[in-house]
Design a protein around this ligand. Structure first.
Ligand SMILES: Nc1ncnc2c1ncn2[C@@H]1O[C@H](COP(=O)(O)OP(=O)(O)O)[C@@H](O)[C@H]1O
Ligand SMILES: [Mg+2]
Length: 250
């Protein structure tokens, strides 16, 4: 029964389905009934101004913050209230805002930390490490350096690669481009497009709406704790209200 239910879910439902999610800090509500979905194989983005609640939503998705109500379903599995390790094991990896690398550990050891829950053997993990060095060659050059000595862009590459080392089915990135030079952002976006073409599903959270709408297929716009707009990125890029509010075009 369970097997066939999962099968039906797999063809009929989005990979990630968030419904009527409420969460906050102590008695202070931040999320007011968030609705969001990510389909298998797409790049989705969540955009919105500073303080809109994007990171809070990601913290509930990764199990760091317990939601007050609502549901989070990933591949037919209810993950609301699940522990972070179970969520990672289910296949959702997060690249947190500010990267949170282990600054006194080498780049290589940071990447291997990403694989700590995997049980598929050193050989496969070693192959994936090579893939990461192929994707971001600078990380191979820097593999024995402490992560704290990397530039901001290199740290973001290391953080993305560390997330990938858990072999996720959904990669979630909080503030991909924040503080990085345009050339580095382009390089990161190219890497994400390549991974997506190879089948990885991605959810990117961005304050830079123009960058996000350029990278993703579908966008969700968040405003004071609610998703207020969603649709194909192309449609939102041409939407006068979005252009005025977020793209600086009047
Ligand atoms: N640890 C916290 N404790 C209390 N309030 C917080 C905490 N983190 C964020 N907030 C508040 O929650 C709201 C949403 O913040 P956040 O989710 O970080 O937004 P965003 O990522 O969209 O910039 C803000 O009003 C912020 O001040
Ligand atoms: Mg944030």
């Amino acid at each position: 029964m369970r097997g066939s239910f999962r099968h039906i879910w797999a063809v009929a439902m989005p990979m990630l389905l968030v419904k009527d999610l409420h969460a906050g800090y102590g008695d202070v509500p931040v999320l007011w009934g968030v609705e969001l979905e990510v389909d298998r194989g797409e790049i989705a983005c969540l955009v919105g101004s500073n303080g809109a609640g994007k990171t809070t939503l990601l913290r509930t998705l990764s199990g760091l913050l317990a939601p007050k109500s609502g549901s989070i379903v990933f591949d037919g599995e209810n993950l609301r209230g699940a522990e972070p390790e179970r969520i990672l094991a289910a296949g959702i990896a997060q690249v947190p805002e500010g990267r949170r690398l282990f600054s006194a550990m080498s780049v290589r050891d940071n990447l291997l930390m990403g694989a700590h829950l995997r049980r598929d053997g050193a050989e496969t993990i070693g192959r994936d490490l090579e893939r990461m060095y192929g994707l971001f060659p600078i990380l191979r050059d820097r593999q024995n350096q402490d992560a704290g000595t990397l530039s901001g862009g290199e740290q973001q590459m290391c953080a993305v690669a560390r997330g990938l080392m858990s072999a996720p089915r959904l990669l979630v990135i909080d503030e991909l481009s924040l503080g990085l030079a345009p050339a580095v952002v382009d390089q990161l976006c190219d890497a994400l497009r390549l991974l997506n073409r190879e089948g990885l599903t991605i959810l990117v959270v961005e304050q830079d709406v123009a960058t996000a709408l350029e990278l993703a297929h579908r966008a969700f716009v968040m405003d004071t704790g609610r998703v207020t707009r969603s649709g194909p990125c192309e449609a939102l890029r041409n939407d006068p209200a979005i252009r005025e509010a977020y793209l600086g075009v009047i």
